[in-house]
Design a protein around this ligand. Structure first.
Ligand code: DX5
Ligand code: ZN
Length: 216
């Protein structure tokens, strides 16, 4: 499977949101929706007032990245919006990670486990064979437009090798600071899903930027 690109709506133009939704419908693969609570991460983004509206227009799968404490409180509501993919942070779930994955699966939602750059990638290993995807943050979660942390490429390679060793099928998503200077290395490291905010929406030609990220 070739790499899929998930433009991050956090970087969209909220005064003309429908234009950016149309762009993702036409040229992107997945909508990446960042929900932040100001507690797990030092910022607040958007919530259901935006997701409910976007769900009516989205013709591509929605991938909700929950950067909140108690992510499980929102799983059912996200299901009712037709969200297909939900990731939550291991830092917010810890010993309940498996249970949260099961709850998402029971709702028919693909389950992703996310980690910030300071969490050892090994923390994800127990969920290989269980989670549908892993989100390796390549910046500290909380803000768009940050600088890519290069160590993330090694983290992707380590996780990819472990997934392959176990014959599992989990996908790897990378999020934060992805641009023309690092995307090829990420693709070579084995990334399956690329999240990009600034690189897509700050570009003069967002459709071309998406193509460049996809590499085909
Ligand atoms: C950061 C978010 C990202 C962010 C990426 O906490 O999870 O999805 O929107 O934005 P860029 O691509 O600009 O780093
Ligand atoms: Zn994100």
């Amino acid at each position: 499977m070739s790499v899929q690109v998930a433009p991050s709506i956090l970087a969209a133009d909220f005064l003309h949101l429908e234009d950016d939704i149309r762009l993702v419908n036409k040229s992107g693969d997945i909508f990446h929706l960042d929900v932040m609570d100001g507690t797990l991460v030092p910022n607040i983004s958007f919530g259901f007032s935006v997701i409910d509206q976007l769900a009516k227009k989205a013709e591509r799968p929605m991938d909700v990245h929950l950067m909140v404490v108690h992510p499980e409180r929102w799983f059912e509501k996200l299901q009712s919006d037709g969200v297909q993919m939900v990731s939550f942070h291991w830092e917010a779930s810890r010993c309940r990670t498996s249970r949260f994955i099961d709850r998402l699966h029971a709702l028919g939602i693909k389950a992703g486990v996310a980690i910030d750059p300071d969490v050892p990638v090994k923390k994800l290993f127990p969920y290989i064979g269980k989670a549908d995807y892993f989100l390796i943050m390549s910046v500290f979660a909380g803000f768009g437009g940050q600088k890519f942390i290069y160590d993330s490429i090694d983290r992707v390679m380590t996780l990819k090798a472990e997934i392959e060793k176990r014959g599992a099928t989990a996908l790897i998503e990378v999020d934060g600071g992805v641009n023309a200077g690092n995307v090829q290395a990420l693709r070579e490291a084995g990334v399956d899903l690329i999240v990009a905010g600034s690189t897509v929406f700050r570009s003069d030609n967002p459709a071309e930027a998406i193509k460049m990220l996809r590499g085909v």
